[in-house]
Ligand binder design. Structure first.
Ligand code: F6P
Length: 361
């Protein structure tokens, strides 16, 4: 039984982080009488003069509906470097961090984060420090869990944006393009595109043909729909090309929506606009589902630690929270299945993915 555990949040913020922190603290205190220490600014807070706060019941009171993370977060720093487009975790800070954790009498860590953060957490475990991971990301791209918290809220926000863009598209007979996040996966674009009735969904898993987008716009025009709504994932690629980056060195995607807007306007003569939804997808209050999932993940993470499990990540599988090896969780990115049910359904109801052979699919 641990007397004191640490909790930290890493990577980009996502709605529901505070729900997890609150559940960790309440479960640890209430049921097991364990103390919780919050580590600020992700793993960076363990280096040098550690930045930590005691997390009692009062500290987590009222935080369930709050966006962001009361602990702060970082998506870059000493623990991860991007070298030649790959994440590299240096050895040094891990050993320093573990001795700092021991000095603080923190016996185990609950690490809430996405792929990069959980890969760092796995290194702590490999160095003998007990860790349980909690999967977070609006991108929903983590393997071994059906859902990450933050994703459902991001979809709600993107869906509302599509609803709003529809009214302008229809009133002005325009092509409206919404660029959404998701890194190299199309989960947000696919789900929001279905929920928000996009006419074209562009995702990294299905490289698009520009001609196919134009065909769809023209076909709609011919059938009397003089507007088109396109949702494009930031990582979507045209066949035979590379993703478009705002900052290639830092691997920050962005710009595909504006790029398409210019070309669509030039090719079709239709007035076109692009909206980049950006960090609005990550900010603000979590929806009910993410509050519930984050709470369940947080409580299950504490129970897993106390059941003697370490080096695991809590995960949603078949609607139930279970645990999986951290190594499985970070081994691969979870991509949209190009012949999966949602893609099929979208096509069946007339949504185009602008694949080169889209008309035949
Ligand atoms: O992984 C979450 C995410 O929001 C991605 O969808 C996006 O590509 C990236 O983070 C943006 O990161 P930053 O906040 O550093 O701009």
């Amino acid at each position: 039984m641990y007397k004191q555990i640490g909790v930290l949040t890493g990577g980009g913020d996502a709605p529901g982080l505070n729900a997890v922190i609150r559940a960790v603290v309440r479960t640890a205190h209430g049921e097991f009488g364990m103390k919780c220490i919050g580590i600020e600014d992700s793993f960076e807070g363990i280096l040098g003069e550690p930045k930590v706060i005691k997390l009692g019941m009062k500290a987590v009171s009222g935080i369930l509906p709050r966006g962001g993370t009361i602990l702060g977060t970082r998506n870059k720093g000493s623990f991860a470097k991007i070298i030649d487009g790959k994440l590299v975790i240096p050895e040094m800070p891990i050993t320093e961090a573990i001795s700092n954790l021991q000095a603080l009498e923190i016996e185990a860590l609950i690490v809430i984060g996405g792929e990069g953060t959980l890969a760092i957490a796995e290194q702590f475990q490999k160095h003998g420090f007990p860790v349980i991971g909690v999967p977070k990301t609006i991108d929903n791209d983590l393997s071994a869990t059906e859902l990450t918290f933050g994703f459902m809220t991001a979809i709600d926000i993107a869906t509302e944006a599509l609803d709003r863009l529809h009214t302008t598209a229809a009133s002005h007979d325009r092509v409206m393009i919404l660029e959404v996040m998701g890194r190299n996966t199309g989960w947000i674009a696919l789900h929001a595109g279905l929920a928000g009735s996009a006419d074209v969904i562009l995702i990294p898993e299905i490289p698009f043909s520009f001609d196919s987008i134009v065909d769809k716009i023209k076909a709609r025009e011919k059938s009397g729909s003089r507007f088109t709504v396109v949702v494009v994932a930031e990582g979507a690629v045209e066949v035979g090309t590379q993703p478009i980056y705002l900052d290639k060195e830092a691997l920050r995607l962005g710009g595909v929506g504006s790029h398409l807007r210019r070309r669509i306007e030039a090719e079709t003569g239709k007035e076109s606009r692009c909206v980049v939804l950006g960090h609005l997808q990550r900010g603000g209050s979590p929806n009910a589902f993410d509050r519930m999932l984050g709470t369940n993940f947080g409580a299950c993470a504490v129970r897993a630690l106390l059941n003697g499990q370490t080096g695991k990540m809590v995960a949603l599988q078949a609607g139930t929270v279970t645990t999986v090896p951290l190594a499985d969780a970070v081994a691969n990115i979870k991509k949209v299945s190009i012949d999966g049910q949602l893609v099929r359904t979208a096509r069946d109801i007339g949504i185009s993915f602008a694949a080169p052979n889209e008309a035949k699919l």
